[in-house]
Design a protein around this ligand. Structure first.
Ligand code: KG4
Ligand code: ZN
Length: 364
């Protein structure tokens, strides 16, 4: 990038309304502001994200989020080069809210509009935080997604594998619900797991017996349900220690599956790209200390550099959308008023579609 670019980013594809201003120059990228307004309280009583409620909340919050992000960056529209917005994949009402808001801003200010794939935002985050060169391998692991991607360039990805059903974050959330723990389930299950015995319940390690990097987490969640029901019918209820042991067993199974599949993905990636030994993680599940630690150990064993962006840039945010927008802008891409919101938008069109459906709709 020859001259610095200052980009406003908007994100509203699931249950976070986010706006950010990022500057990208020859020296690297700088997040000037990044605000995220979660909707957990709005969806709490429903036990999951309600798309219509999410879309309405985004529509209400987006314009004030933009104003707040500009103010926090001490900027005006005149200081910007473009507006970047998540145009998919995600819950369509939320994506549409963001795209319509960004179109309004572009029409009103004359700024160029750039539609960004949410997954590209996550996958390019290691460049925002650590300025890594292409290519690199990324494990995108969140509430809605789980896939290994080789990032060859801002618009060039190869998927090595991914989940064929639930994403791990979704499995953490469902297990939390089964055990009466609050949402989002990941942090709640993780803290219970710290008090539990991971060996007590023998839970499955799905798809480890099959070659390749595809994963499955749905059967693991069902195994937790069965184990819970067996305890309830035996003892008449679930004791605190039972719950902690179930959480520990579940988390250990997720760690083991992710670690083994990551080992295979790194090996496959390094075979083609031995000169770029870098693996990064992105997505909310990357916040899990046990998962992070295991992946870091594995990277060391395989002499691969490990990049784990700070948590606020792992979970959904608009800084990653603004950053990806800057890369696309530098490549000359501009979207006009015909920009479309996509519920499903795979990064790698060469690989066959993944099966299943997650928190954000069909898996990309
Ligand atoms: O990336 P993210 O903010 O949104 C999606 O794109 O889904 O990820 C949210 C997901 C939730 O499912 C949440 O339970 C999970 O990340 N998560 C965790 C942890 N913190 C958040 N999962 C496991 N352990 C954690 N500490
Ligand atoms: Zn995400």
């Amino acid at each position: 990038m020859n001259r610095p670019l200052t980009i406003l980013g908007l994100e509203s594809s699931c249950d976070d309304t986010a706006a950010a201003v990022v500057r990208v120059g020859p020296e690297g990228a700088e997040v000037l502001s990044s605000l995220v307004y979660g909707q957990t309280d709005l969806h709490e009583t429903f036990g999951g994200v309600v798309p219509e409620i999410a879309a309405r909340a985004h529509a209400e919050k987006l314009d004030t989020s933009v104003a707040a992000a500009l103010k926090a960056a001490d900027m005006d529209f005149a200081d910007l080069d473009a507006v970047a917005v998540t145009a998919g994949p995600g819950l369509i009402g939320g994506v549409l809210s963001g795209v319509m808001c960004a179109k309004g801003l572009a029409a009103g200010t004359g700024l160029p509009l750039i539609g960004v794939n949410h997954l590209a935002g996550h996958a390019l985050t290691p460049r925002l935080t650590d300025a890594v060169d292409y290519p690199y391998l990324v494990l995108l692991v969140s509430g809605g997604h789980c896939q290994f991607l080789i990032v060859h360039g801002a618009e060039d990805f190869t998927r090595l594998g991914g989940t064929i059903d639930d994403a791990p974050g979704e499995a953490f959330d469902k297990v939390a619900r089964l055990l009466g723990l609050p949402q989002p389930g990941g942090p709640a299950v993780e803290s219970e797991a710290a008090k539990g015995d991971a060996e007590r319940f023998k839970l499955p390690r799905p798809l480890l017996d099959r070659p390749g990097c595809d994963m499955s987490f749905s059967g693991l969640k069902t195994a937790v349900l069965r184990a819970r029901d067996a305890i309830v019918s035996e003892k008449g209820g679930l004791m605190r220690q039972d719950r902690a042991d179930l959480c520990a067993g579940f988390q250990a199974a997720v760690v083991e599956v992710l670690a083994e599949k990551t080992r295979r993905a790194i090996t496959e990636y390094l075979y083609e790209n031995p000169a770029h030994p870098v693996i990064a993680v992105a997505g909310g599940v990357a916040a899990n200390v046990a998962i992070r630690a295991e992946l870091e150990t594995l990277s060391k064993q395989l002499s691969t550099k490990f990049i784990a962006p700070p948590l606020r840039l792992c979970t959904d945010n608009a800084a990653m959308i603004a950053y990806a927008g800057a890369e696309f802008f530098a490549l000359g891409r501009r979207d006009g008023m015909e920009l479309v919101a996509w519920p499903r938008w795979p990064l790698d069109n060469r690989s066959p579609a993944m099966l299943g459906s997650g928190k954000k709709g069909a898996k990309a």
